[in-house]
Design a protein around this ligand. Structure first.
Ligand code: ADP
Length: 165
């Protein structure tokens, strides 16, 4: 069985994330979405448990997708779970440098693990969790940015809050 992991901070999950997860689920037998702490973004709007629950709600209809959380090295997580690939979405050149560095580091730490990049869909090319936090914080409509199942909870948490990156 070919297992892929889709790691990220998902703070909160967006339509761009779900698009990548859905496309990964078509390519692999099983996908584990792993909610991880982001070293570069220590302050999160949602707790890890909340982020897991929001993703679970959006991926309920995909029967080969599981959601988990992990605080450690992705290379170790992948080894422990028998994953053969890390799948990441690439939005723009700006994502590339960081992702390339991560991919090479993971390869050093776990030579059996491949990193696969999927290009962001044109509709979600601009979309990030930070952007959702910013728009929602200032009272903007996030209907086009986050899945319907989680929209109300995200608005409840973020509306009127100062946007954090
Ligand atoms: P962010 O906080 O920037 O939204 P995450 O760390 O939660 O990012 O992202 C997890 C993964 O999802 C990363 O591989 C990221 O490149 C990818 N991703 C995030 N947003 C999109 C999008 N709109 N389209 C495609 N991939 C995306």
């Amino acid at each position: 069985m070919k297992i892929a992991v889709c790691p990220g901070s998902f703070d909160p999950v967006t339509k761009g994330h779900v698009d990548v997860i859905k496309r990964t689920a078509k390519m692999f037998d099983k996908v584990i979405v792993v909610v991880m702490a982001n070293y570069h973004k220590p302050e999160s709007a949602f707790t890890t448990e909340e982020r897991v629950e929001l993703i679970e709600r959006c991926t309920r209809n995909f029967d080969n997708v599981e959601v988990d959380m992990y605080n450690g090295l992705l290379a170790d997580y992948a080894r422990q779970h028998g994953a053969v690939a890390v799948v990441k979405g690439l939005r723009a050149v700006s994502d590339f440098e960081y992702e390339f560095q991560q991919a090479l580091t993971n390869k050093k730490l776990n030579p059996d693990l491949e990193t696969v990049f999927v290009t962001a869909s044109a509709d979600y090319m601009f979309l990030s969790s930070s952007m959702v936090k910013q728009v929602c914080g200032f009272g903007g409509d996030i209907t086009d940015f986050v899945p319907e199942e989680v929209k109300d909870d995200i608005v409840k948490r973020l509306k009127g809050k100062e946007a954090r990156s």
